[in-house]
Design a protein around this ligand. Structure first.
Ligand code: F6R
Length: 263
């Protein structure tokens, strides 16, 4: 088997006495996002050379925006092709139309997919339009599609102030898989600005489970800003608990937290 390119993200030096996961502090979120983009691009290119596909697990929200902007720049200026890339997004609000301005499908189109040469059929975002009766089957198929694609090579994550990864809110078990969930009130409050008030903010979402995420071969969690500092600390230094689902990442043997100074 060909070896994957070396990872661009260095492990931290002195500051990791209490951390249970590798963590790198970058001077800014822009520099951190460039490093993560560099790692993704290196894997895409290595797989291209080997005529193989890459499966990326993707997040939405404010955290990955600079990462996607950098990947778009690399496509435009450095000829990075996404023709061999398959993507699975973590989550989608429910119910929501894909064309809705706040849908995660729309976010992905506007921030990444519309600007690169990815095959549209290779992009997967959970469906926010299904009748409840078909959701279970959809979620099972989402898992099967990830498996059929070869499993996720790199999973990109943000972290919510409840400690969620994807929309695995406090209480989500380690064994959870793709399913419909009820959003935490803090998560809905954080999203309410986007939806013009809490009363318009969806109460539910479809999300990959904790187990789905832990099955990715490599996981990179990014966090920017002072408002994430406390929850990042709990996730990397605290006990592994379903009350902070990001803490389950301590049990992953190829995870890397990437934060800016403030976080
Ligand atoms: C989004 C997702 C969420 C976000 C988290 C942080 O697809 O799965 O877990 O990553 O809520 O959101 P931001 O980046 O907006 O702070």
């Amino acid at each position: 088997m060909s070896r994957e390119p070396p990872m661009n993200l260095p492990p931290t030096a002195a500051s990791n006495r209490f951390e249970h996961v590798p963590l790198t502090v970058f001077p800014s979120s822009a520099e951190a996002s460039r490093a993560v983009a560099g790692e993704i691009a290196a894997l895409i290119r290595a797989r291209q050379a080997a005529k193989r596909t890459v499966v990326l697990g993707l997040a939405t929200g404010s955290t990955p925006q600079q990462l996607y902007a950098e990947l778009v720049r690399m496509h435009r200026e450095e000829g990075l092709s996404f023709a061999n890339v398959v993507t699975f997004n973590l989550d989608e609000y429910f119910p929501i139309q894909p064309s809705a301005l706040r849908s995660y499908r729309h976010f992905m189109q506007v921030n990444l997919f519309d600007h690169i040469d990815i095959v549209p059929a290779n992009t997967h975002v959970p469906d926010g339009t299904l009748p409840i009766s078909s959701l279970d089957a959809f979620c099972r198929e989402y898992e099967e599609k990830i498996q059929a694609a070869g499993g996720i090579d790199i999973q990109i994550l943000g972290i919510g102030r409840t400690g969620h990864i994807g929309f695995n809110e406090p209480g989500s078990p380690r064994r959870s898989r793709t399913r419909m969930v009820t959003l935490d009130s803090l998560t809905r409050r954080d999203a309410s600005g986007d939806f013009g008030g809490e009363e318009n903010t969806p109460r539910h979402a479809v999300t990959m489970g904790v187990r789905t995420i832990l099955e990715a071969r490599r996981v990179i969690l990014m966090a920017w800003g002072q408002h994430k500092a406390e929850i990042v600390r709990e996730a990397v230094e605290g006990p592994v608990t379903p009350q902070i689902t990001a803490s389950f990442l301590q049990e992953h043997d190829n995870v890397h937290f990437v934060v800016d100074m403030a976080a």
